[in-house]
Design a protein around this ligand. Structure first.
Ligand SMILES: Nc1nc2c(ncn2[C@@H]2O[C@H](COP(=O)(O)OP(=O)(O)OP(=O)(O)O)[C@@H](O)[C@H]2O)c(=O)[nH]1
Length: 633
C-alpha cells in the first residue's frame, strides 16, 4: 500500500465535501451534546451511512478503534462486513497483508487521527492498494474526518482509472521508447509548421540535437529547394484541413541540412494525428535516411552513362571497322570485296525480278606514265579527284568501287545496256574534258555490259573486262559495249552512234527503209547536238520523219490486221507528245538539249524499235498468216 502526498485533486475535493456534509448530517441525527452524548446510536449512524453513495467505514478511536459502522457500498467494494473487521487493526490486518507496510500505515493513520482530534479538520487524503475479502486488490483514495469523536473514512475506488492510467503510461512509454530508439527520425509538427517533438535519432542523422531542432525554425533545417517543396505540402495540408478533406500528403524526397553545413537526403512521409472529431491537430512524420539509395541511384546513373558512352564508342569503332572493311582508304569508293558482295546480291535480285542490271569497268589510260612523270602522290590525287567526279554523276542506287590500282567498277541497278552505255560515254567525255591538279588532263577507257539472263557473276565481269580490254586495244579513251550484237547504241570514234544491224529489219521493206532513215537522222541529230546552228534543222528533220513514219507504220499495220495496233498507236502518240514537251522545255531552257537528244535517239528510236516494234515483226515473216498477232521479241 502506498500513500502519495500531493495537493488535493478535484476528486479529493469531492470526498472532503462529502465528509463535511456527512458531519452535518450525523450531527443532526445525534442527541444533544453532554456526557455520553458523543456517540451516536449505532442504528442511527448505520442508517445515515447506508444511504450514502460512497463506501464509508466508521472507527471509534477511544474504544480501541472499534468499527462502529460501515455501509453497503463499503461491503460492495471490499466484501468485508462489520463482523469481518471489528476494529481498525482487524481491517488493517486483512486489507494490508504485508506486516511492515501495515505497521507503517497504521502508525500514520494513528498520527492522523490524533491530529484530527486535537486540530480538527480532515485527514490528508492518501492513495492505497487494499486487499478485499476475496483476495483481489483495490486501488482507493481515502479521506478521514472526526465526526462526533469517531473517525469516518470515505473511500473512492480508483482501481479502473489507475489501471487505465498505468496502461496509458505504459503505452506512452512504449511509443516514446520506439520513437527514441528508432533509426528513422520521428517527429510531430503542428499545422503552423512548428516542430513539437523530434526523436533523438536526428542527432545521428544531422548532428543537431532534438533540442536544437525544436529551437530552430523549420526552414533552417532544410535545403532551400527542399524547403519550398515542404512548405507547399504543408500549405496543402492546411488547405485540406480547412476544407475538412482527409490529408493526403505524398512522400517527399528532401535534403535536410546538417549542423556541419552538408546535406543528407531523407524520404519524408507524413500522416495526420486527429482529435476525437477526426480533425487534424498535428502531423506525424518519419524521415528516413535515403543517402545510400541516392548514392546507389547516382552510381547507377553514372554506370548507365558510362555504358552508353561505351556503346557509342563501340558503335563508332564498329562503323569505322565497317568502313575500313568496305571502303577504299584512298578514294572513299567501296572496295572490291564489298563490290563483289553487292554485285552478287544485285544480280540475284535482277534475275528474280527481271530488271536490268549493268556494269561499267573504267581504267585510267597510261596511268603508269602519269605516275612516272608527276609522281605517285599526284597520281593518288588524280585517283581521288576522278572518283569524286564519277560519284557526282551517279544515282543513289549506283555503286562505285575501286576495282584495283587505277581501275574502277560501276554497278548500275535498273539500268539497261543503252542507259549504261550513255553513262559510260558521259563519264568518258567528262573525264577527258576535266583538268586534274598537277597532271592536267587524263583519259579513261570503258567496258560496259548488261547482265544476261542466267549469266554468272564471273562470266559477266569477264565479258565487261574483255570490252574494257577491247577499248584499250582500240586506242583508249573510248567506250566498248560488251557483246554488243543486240544493242543499236555504240560509240564510234569516241562518240555515240546508232548502228543499224540486219536483225533490226522486220521484213516489211517500207518500214525497214523508214527505220534506217530514222537511225541516220538520229545520228545526224547526235552529231549536231553541240552545234546550235545545225541542231534546229536536224531536230526538225528528225521530228518530221518520226511523225510521218509512225503514221505510215500504223497504216501498214492496220492493213495487216495487227491485233495490238491500238496500243502501238498509243505508244507512238506518247513518244511524239513527250518529245514535243521536251522540245518546248529545251527551248525554254528548263532542260538541256542533250536530254532531248538522248530521249529521241534512245527512247523514241532504239528502245521503241527493240521493244514495241519487235512485237509486230512476226507479221512480216514468210510463214506468218495475214492476220498474225503480236509475238514477244
Ligand atoms: N599513284 C598511284 N598509282 C597507282 C595506284 N595503284 C596502281 N597504281 C599505278 O597504276 C599504274 C598502272 O599501270 P599499268 O597497269 O601499266 O597501266 P597503265 O599505265 O594505266 O596503262 P593502260 O592501263 O594500258 O592505259 C602502275 O604504275 C601502278 O603503280 C595508286 O593507288 N596510286
Amino acid at each position: 500500500m502506498t500513500e502519495t502526498a500531493r495537493p488535493p485533486s478535484p476528486a479529493d475535493t469531492d470526498l472532503l465535501g462529502l465528509l463535511a456534509q456527512l458531519d452535518t448530517l450525523i450531527e443532526r441525527h445525534l442527541p444533544a451534546a453532554g456526557p455520553g452524548a458523543t456517540r451516536a446510536p449505532p442504528e442511527t449512524l448505520q442508517r445515515v451511512l447506508a444511504d450514502l453513495p460512497v463506501p464509508i467505514v466508521c472507527f471509534d478511536p477511544p474504544h480501541g478503534h472499534a468499527t462502529r459502522s460501515l455501509n453497503p457500498r463499503f461491503t460492495e467494494l471490499f466484501g468485508y462486513t462489520l463482523a469481518d473487521i471489528p476494529s481498525l487493526t482487524a481491517f488493517a490486518a486483512q486489507a494490508l497483508p504485508d506486516a511492515a507496510e501495515r505497521a507503517q500505515v497504521l502508525q500514520a493513520w494513528e498520527a492522523g487521527f490524533a491530529r484530527l482530534r486535537t486540530a480538527g479538520g480532515t485527514m490528508a487524503p492518501g492513495e492505497y492498494r487494499l486487499r478485499c475479502k476475496d483476495g483481489s486488490t483495490r486501488e482507493v483514495r481515502i479521506c478521514g474526518q472526526i465526526v462526533a469523536d469517531r473517525v469516518l473514512i470515505a473511500f473512492m475506488d480508483l482501481t479502473v482509472q489507475k489501471r487505465m492510467l498505468a496502461e496509458l503510461r505504459l503505452s506512452e512509454r512504449r511509443h516514446r521508447l520506439l520513437a527514441d530508439h528508432a533509426a528513422d527520425v520521428i517527429w510531430t509538427l503542428d499545422l503552423a509548421g512548428g516542430l513539437t517533438y523530434i526523436s533523438p535519432s536526428i542527432e545521428r542523422l544531422t548532428g543537431y540535437t532534438p533540442q536544437e531542432c525544436l529551437q530552430l525554425p523549420l526552414e533552417a533545417l532544410f535545403a532551400a529547394s527542399s524547403w519550398s517543396r515542404l512548405e507547399q505540402a504543408l500549405a496543402q495540408a492546411r488547405a485540406d484541413q480547412r476544407a475538412g478533406r482527409p490529408l493526403q500528403i505524398p512522400p517527399l524526397e528532401l535534403e535536410r541540412r546538417c549542423k556541419d553545413g552538408t546535406c543528407v537526403w531523407v524520404e519524408l512521409t507524413m500522416s495526420a494525428i486527429t482529435d476525437g472529431d477526426d480533425r487534424c491537430v498535428e502531423l506525424l512524420g518519419i524521415s528516413r535516411d535515403i543517402c545510400a539509395r541516392k548514392h546507389a541511384e547516382a552510381q547507377l546513373q553514372q554506370a548507365r552513362a558510362a555504358a552508353e558512352a561505351a556503346t557509342r564508342a563501340l558503335q563508332a569503332a564498329n562503323a569505322e571497322l565497317r568502313e575500313l572493311a568496305t571502303k577504299d582508304a584512298l578514294t572513299g569508293a567501296w572496295n572490291r570485296r564489298y563490290f563483289e558482295h553487292t554485285a552478287a546480291a544485285e544480280r540475284t535480285r535482277a534475275q528474280r525480278h527481271g530488271t536490268p542490271l549493268s556494269l561499267i569497268l573504267l581504267d585510267i589510260d597510261h596511268f603508269k606514265a602519269i605516275n612516272d612523270r608527276f609522281g605517285h602522290q599526284a597520281g593518288d590525287a588524280a585517283l581521288v579527284a576522278l572518283s569524286a567526279l564519277v560519284r557526282a554523276d551517279l544515282r543513289r542506287s549506283d555503286v562505285l568501287a575501286r576495282w584495283g590500282g587505277e581501275e574502277f567498277a560501276l554497278l548500275l541497278p535498273h539500268c539497261d545496256l543503252q542507259g549504261a552505255a550513255c553513262v559510260a560515254e558521259k563519264l568518258r567525255a567528262e573525264l577527258a574534258a576535266a583538268t586534274f591538279a598537277t597532271i592536267g588532263s587524263l583519259s579513261a577507257s570503258f567496258g560496259v555490259g548488261q547482265l544476261r539472263p542466267g549469266e554468272t557473276l564471273d562470266a559477266w565481269i569477264k565479258r565487261v573486262d574483255d570490252a574494257l580490254y577491247a577499248a584499250k586495244h582500240a586506242g583508249r579513251n573510248q567506250v566498248v559495249i560488251a557483246g554488243a550484237e543486240d544493242a543499236p547504241v555504240e560509240p564510234v570514234a569516241g562518240a555515240l552512234r546508232l548502228i543499224w544491224k540486219p536483225t533490226y529489219a522486220c521484213g516489211e521493206p517500207r518500214i525497214d527503209q523508214e527505220h534506217r532513215e530514222l537511225f541516220s537522222l538520229a545520228n545526224a541529230l547526235i552529231a549536231a547536238a553541240g552545234n546550235p546552228d545545225s541542231l534546229l534543222p536536224a531536230l526538225e528533220a528528225f521530228m518530221t520523219h518520226a511523225v510521218a513514219h509512225f503514221a505510215h507504220e500504223e497504216a501498214i499495220l492496220r492493213e495487216r490486221g495487227y491485233a495490238d495496233l491500238a496500243a502501238h498507236a498509243a505508244a507512238h502518240r506518247r513518244l511524239i507528245e513527250h518529245a514535243q514537251g521536251m522540245r518546248a522545255q529545251a527551248e525554254a531552257g528548263a532542260i538541256g538539249v542533250g536530254e532531248l537528244v538522248e530521249f529521241l535517239y534512245r527512247d523514241l528510236v532504239a528502245r521503241h524499235l527493240l521493244q514495241e516494234d519487235a512485237r509486230f515483226f512476226g507479221l512480216f515473216s514468210p510463214s506468218a498468216p495475214p492476220s498474225a498477232s503480236s509475238r514477244p521479241h
